[in-house]
Design a protein around this ligand. Structure first.
Ligand code: UD1
Length: 417
């Protein structure tokens, strides 16, 4: 298993570029199940999760090619409607095949995703939504079995805004009979990107990005072409990489508005941030202060940046209180940061970070999930000596060429087998 070795102490400076958004690409890949023909996606990041999603479509009978960040999916008559455990266990987002399969083929067999390092992550809201649309949904032998004559439009109120649930129901509703209204919908930019693609395919989706999404079902959709939006979490991680080393880093080809929750907190902490239409710069900063972070659904502070900002706050003057409200168990990085000599007290959903510049010491640590891996690499950038991050495959699920991007900015990172 690959490891990443980070030698701390180098200041990062320069310009880097955000890749396409992982969390947009995955639902877009599954949306292609909604129409025959060739779906073309540009700005697709080269990631293990994109490979897994492509493998899932191939297992269903589609042709998929990937070259120069363009993914072409040729949707043909499917040979099966089953997403097997072997593929779903690698990537929870595979559950997003459910809505498209039920909408277009009226049946689906999808392995239950199971737990993961950041909590139990149930799919009950996805299933309730499908049932409200008239589907029979059963769970047998670890698989979700769905069948329906034709999905019916329905009013679906999510108890809490679920990103995947909103995407699944939105896709399902595009080919349902009549109108579907999703209330308390998730508002993430990736939901808007998916809605834009669905509308290019001929769907009638309104209100994506707000808490009420209305979808009028149509008879059929057609394949289309689309540019994936920039990855706001990767862009944020790269900004933090500059910030934690006190350097000046510009992330170009990003959407500054999608980084507002992060940049507001960085400014509160003492960083100077400037931006133009498609880039954000963090300027050199010698000293910053602790800030409190509470994660919440968009437009709140993203849970996917909580771990990385915690690394940043280990170097702050004073205390930061982190409250994780989205996932029940998303402090797996805390014990690893403590191995690097960080002073953090974790409670159930709250972690108190007593910061102080220069305290971190290099050590071997273990990546437990995607964003935790990023957090440990960031911490390694400022730790004394070397930090070896084990199980770096987690990072490859969601960050394209992280070591290449960091190296170009001046970091000393290398991957070893
Ligand atoms: C997506 C993102 C992930 C991000 C998360 C929250 C993708 C591929 N992944 O994950 O990176 O961290 O949004 O921003 O886009 N829940 C239920 N029942 C359900 C569904 C969700 O209780 O049926 C709960 C979850 O356990 C969690 C919360 O709702 O506590 C939010 O989950 P959700 O928004 O669904 O996250 P994902 O779509 O899995």
């Amino acid at each position: 298993m690959d490891k990443m070795v980070v030698k701390g102490g180098n200041q990062l400076n320069g310009v880097t570029t955000a890749s396409g958004a992982k969390n947009s690409t995955l639902p877009l890949i599954f949306a292609s199940l909604l129409a025959d023909g060739e779906h073309v996606f540009h700005n697709v990041p080269n990631l293990a999760d994109v490979t897994s999603a492509s493998a899932l479509l191939q297992s269903l009978g589609c042709e998929v090619t990937y070259k120069d960040h363009t993914l072409r999916i040729f949707m043909k008559p499917l040979k099966t409607f089953e997403a097997s455990y072997d593929i779903v266990r690698k990537m929870r987002a595979s559950i997003l095949v459910l809505g498209p399969l039920m909408a277009r083929f009226h049946q689906a067999k999808v392995s239950l995703p199971g737990g993961c390092a950041i909590g139990t992550r149930p799919i009950d809201l996805h299933l309730e939504g499908m049932k409200a649309m008239g589907a029979q949904m059963d769970v047998e032998n670890g698989y979700v079995l769905g069948s329906v004559k034709k999905l019916q439009g329905a009013k679906i109120l999510f108890e809490s805004p679920t990103v995947g649930g909103t995407e699944n129901i939105m896709m399902a509703a595009t080919l349902a009979e009549g109108e579907t209204i999703i209330e308390n919908a998730a508002k993430e930019p990736e939901i808007v990107d998916l809605a834009n693609y669905l509308n290019k395919m001929g769907a009638k989706v309104e209100g994506a990005g707000s808490s009420i999404i209305k979808i009028k079902g149509v008879e059929r959709l057609r394949a289309a072409e689309h540019d994936v939006i920039p990855d706001r979490i990767e862009a944020g991680t790269l900004l933090i990489a500059g910030a934690i080393t006190g350097g000046e880093v510009t992330v170009q080809k990003c959407e500054p508005a999608d980084l507002d929750a992060l940049t507001a907190k960085m400014k509160e902490s003492g960083f100077k941030i400037s931006q133009d239409k498609s880039s954000v710069t963090v300027h050199k900063c010698k000293e910053w202060k602790g800030v409190d972070i509470t994660t919440s659904p968009h437009p709140g502070f993203p849970t996917d940046l909580q771990a990385q900002v915690m690394a940043l706050m280990t170097q702050a003057q004073g205390t930061s209180v982190f409250t994780e409200t989205v996932f029940e168990n998303r402090f797996m990085h805390v014990q690893e940061l403590v191995r690097l000599n960080a002073d953090i007290t974790p409670k159930t959903r709250v972690a108190v970070v007593r910061g102080g510049p220069g305290k971190l010491q290099g050590a071997p640590v273990m990546a437990t999930d995607l964003r935790a891996s990023a957090c440990l690499v960031l911490a390694g950038l400022v730790a004394q000596d070397e930090t070896t991050v084990n199980r770096i495959y987690h990072l490859d699920r969601g960050y394209e060429d992280m070591e290449g991007k960091l190296t170009k900015l001046g970091a000393k990172v290398r991957r070893i087998e």
